[in-house]
Design a protein around this ligand. Sequence first.
Ligand SMILES: [Zn+2]
Length: 60
Amino acid sequence: MQTIPMPKCEECDAGISVPGDAVEGEIVTCPDCGAGFEISKKDGKFELKPAQTVGEDWGQ
Ligand SMILES: [Zn+2]
């Protein structure tokens, strides 16, 4: 079984668990602050890029 280093949320520093079968481009959400991140792979490691959440326009 493969162990995946747990990336940290850039917003609140919480550990975000990435599934072992995660693929690049998948979106994970921080369990603490709800920030969305896109998974990218670099040198065999997972990295998280802040994902632009497509805002639903509620019109405030
Ligand atoms: Zn967070």
